[in-house]
Design a protein around this ligand. Structure first.
Ligand SMILES: [Zn+2]
Length: 73
């Protein structure tokens, strides 16, 4: 299941949530309970995520979890 990154417009908190692709655009509360959140475009494109490839050595395509992403299965 892909991980999506969200930004709370109330307290400016960025948080990640593992959810089904179908639920990616559904409303979600931030960890502090604020409902006014926005989904960030791609967690892989975020600053500070240069280690996204991880110790497994799998290369990132840079496109995030698109339709053909293997992690969606
Ligand atoms: Zn918040």
């Amino acid at each position: 299941m892909p991980v999506y990154e969200y930004l709370c417009r109330v307290c400016d908190t960025r948080f990640e949530e593992r959810r089904a692709m179908a639920d990616a655009g559904a409303p979600i509360n931030c960890p502090s309970g604020h409902p006014d959140t926005a989904r960030l475009l791609s967690v892989f494109a975020s600053v500070g995520r240069a280690d996204a490839a991880g110790p497994s050595g799998r290369p990132t395509t840079g496109g995030g979890c698109g339709a053909g992403c293997a992690c969606a299965s």
